[in-house]
Ligand binder design. Structure first.
Ligand code: ADP
Ligand code: MG
Length: 261
């Protein structure tokens, strides 16, 4: 049975996609079988895994509308397989933006992804879902499918405030739709230890959320930002970079944390 995680934060540009693709590659590197689901119509996780979103024949959109199964729609990326960091990809593109509206009248619309993933559950150790920057029907589908949420966050002044909204949403989903859902942890990303404010917010995070804060810290590292233009996660693009090493350490921390769940 796969453990299913959403990478979520309703803020944009906080490192969700970077975390999803690098965690997927890091987990694959340490021998885990991984499916990455792109739930963002921007398709950045798809492109960042080396799959051209414009050339997708089937995508997560078809899966949500039940015109394709996950087994039919998933694809692989040559570049990842060559680097021995291969994971399966259920891609997304602009078409997905329409799903929100098209699903409005459908029954059990928030459980569509969950139902679809159940069919491939046995084939993976981890399923990672990259959520869009909103608390929309798409994100809800992600949250209803998952055992847990990984929240990447920058240690900035308003970070804690935004977190309250997300935590409340997760509590509501837990209470009404998905009893399995838990916050697995908060991941500090784009961290720069030279900035005093970041250190202060990091300390506050640990005070409020205790061991929900992952031990691994992802540094700000330009190689992680350059990797998408090469069509690969940083872990594959430049494995020796500080950012890539941090994500592989994070993958190991996830494996350990899950073993205790
Ligand atoms: P989100 O998916 O939350 O919108 P992204 O993962 O796309 O966020 O990240 C936003 C931007 O920040 C991207 O340009 C990405 O390359 C860059 N970025 C993410 N993490 C890091 C990091 N640790 N160091 C440097 N740049 C990063
Ligand atoms: Mg993103």
């Amino acid at each position: 049975m796969a453990k299913i995680f959403c990478i979520a934060n309703q803020k944009g540009g906080v490192g969700k996609t970077t975390t999803t693709v690098n965690l997927a590659a890091g987990l694959a590197k340490v021998g885990q079988r991984v499916l990455m689901v792109d739930l963002d119509p921007q398709g950045n996780a798809t492109m960042g895994s080396g799959v051209d979103k414009r050339k997708l024949e089937l995508s997560v959109y078809d899966v949500l509308l039940e015109s394709a199964t996950v087994a039919e729609a998933r694809v692989q990326s040559e570049k990842l397989i060559e680097a021995e960091c291969g994971y399966d990809i259920l891609g997304a593109n602009r078409e997905l933006a329409g799903a929100e509206v098209e699903m409005v009248d459908l029954e059990r619309r928030e459980k569509r992804l969950k139902t679809a993933l159940a069919a491939v559950d046995a084939e993976y150790d981890f399923i990672l879902i990259d959520c869009p920057p909103s608390l929309s029907m798409l994100t809800l589908n992600g949250l209803c499918s998952a055992h847990g949420v990984v929240v990447p966050m920058q240690c900035e002044y308003f970070a804690l405030e935004g977190l309250t909204d997300l935590v409340n949403t997760i509590k509501q989903v837990h209470a009404n739709l998905n009893k399995d859902l838990a916050i697995i942890g908060l991941l500090r990303v784009m961290f720069d230890p030279r900035i005093t404010l970041q250190q202060q917010v990091s300390e506050q995070l640990k005070q409020y959320y205790g061991d929900k804060v992952f031990n691994t810290v992802i540094p700000r590292n330009v190689r992680l930002a350059e990797a998408p233009s090469y069509g690969a996660p940083g872990v594959v693009f430049d494995p020796s970079s500080k950012g890539a090493q941090a994500y592989v350490a994070f993958a190991q921390e996830m494996v350990e944390r899950i073993a205790k769940m």
